[in-house]
Design a protein around this ligand. Structure first.
Ligand SMILES: [Zn+2]
Length: 365
């Protein structure tokens, strides 16, 4: 028996999937946005289920603190770009799946390319600013959006299928008006202020909560893409590990008439200049600086230049090292990581102004 038939046997046995559903999964493509804890776990389920193509995007590198919960990474991956390390692991799990790793920040300039030929979006993000970008893509292109978030002992998930009212592209599996429900902005109209939003950095996160939430996201995506049985209900599910309880909120009537995205068709996140901002990265003592547009950077030339001012090493996808004349508050040398598209991590500071000054001083940006 061919491996491809054999390996999916327990899944094709399921009523509502069968061989036809399995074939639909094989021809499906999913964007996994963010390959942290949720992204790793969702991608693992999708690849084992035989989704034909996954595009993984993440801007970050594997850190020791990731290993507690990010299930695709091992100690050997420390320092590697997450998207690459995850794709390598996933390919070893299932050689039939086509994997595309993108080491970049999910931002307006690259957003449209990220959903090219995709049938659905899986949320592995840690901030609402970028989730609104996914939501804009979901509404604009009629793509279901498996929302997920987890922090502390709690996690939340919802499988959002927006109204086709403003859809600008034909998709393989259309969301009908009857099947549609609220978009993310109907539920969360604006980005919550930072001081009200605990992060994995400030509050920690229990690894099994990730598994529960990612399981809900993947269960919805697999059933939707296999076109199994009845449409899934519109519910927001919250899991509380301390109470060992699931709470469900019916959101079938939560579509807002004043929603700027799914009702008015305005895609504010896609049209913003988010790409020029300096951002902190969850759990990391660093500032990321993004050029307004990708700026192809010659890392070899930069390596030569910076080596005169510190200790730098050139890795396949980046240049990184420390500057001997720039000290952080602990009097340790400030670190720099430079990517081929012009993105820069300034390590050892959470002050965007100082980070920009360091960039300007050493990289001429
Ligand atoms: Zn909406």
């Amino acid at each position: 028996m061919p491996m491809t038939v054999h390996r999916y046997h327990r899944q094709t046995l399921l009523e509502g999937i069968g061989k036809e559903g399995q074939e639909r999964l094989r021809s499906a493509s999913v964007l996994v946005a963010g390959v942290g804890a949720l992204g790793c776990a969702v991608a693992d389920h999708l690849v084992r289920a035989g989704i034909g193509h996954l595009r993984l995007i993440d801007r970050d590198l594997v850190e020791p603190t990731n290993l507690q919960r990010q299930c695709l990474f091992a100690e050997d991956d420390l320092g590697s770009p997450k998207a690459i390390a995850a794709a390598n692991r996933l390919q070893a799990i299932n050689h039939d799946v086509q994997l595309e790793a993108v080491v970049d920040d999910l931002r307006p300039a690259v957003a449209h390319d990220m959903v090219d030929r995709c049938d659905a979006i899986a949320d592995g993000l840690d901030n609402f600013a970028t989730r609104f970008l996914l939501n804009d893509l979901s509404v604009k292109f009629g793509l279901p959006y498996a929302y997920g978030g987890a922090v502390g002992y709690e996690g939340t998930s919802a499988f959002l299928r927006p109204s086709p009212l403003h859809r600008q592209r034909l998709v393989t599996r259309e969301i009908s008006e009857a099947e549609s429900g609220p978009c993310l902005r109907c539920l969360v109209p604006a980005t919550p202020p930072a001081h009200l939003t605990p992060t994995c950095d400030t509050a920690g996160v229990l690894s099994p909560v990730i598994a529960v939430i990612a399981g809900l996201q993947a269960a919805a995506l697999i059933q939707y893409l296999a076109q199994s049985a009845e449409p899934l209900p519109h519910v927001l599910t919250r899991f509380d590990a301390r109470a060992m309880r699931m709470h469900q909120l019916d959101i079938s009537q939560s579509q807002r008439e004043d929603c700027s995205t799914c009702n008015k068709g305005r895609f504010a996140a896609l049209e913003s200049d988010h790409g020029s901002q300096a951002t902190t990265i969850c759990g990391r003592d660093l500032i990321q600086l993004l050029p307004p547009e990708p700026q192809p950077t010659d890392l070899d030339a930069l390596h030569k230049r910076l080596s005169a001012h510190g200790s730098f090493e050139r890795l396949p996808f980046l240049l990184r090292g420390t500057l001997q004349d720039e000290l952080d508050q602990a009097k340790q040398p400030v670190g720099l990581t430079v990517f081929p598209d012009g993105r820069v991590f300034v390590h050892g500071t959470l002050d965007a102004t100082r980070a920009r000054a360091i960039e300007s001083r050493w990289l001429g940006g």
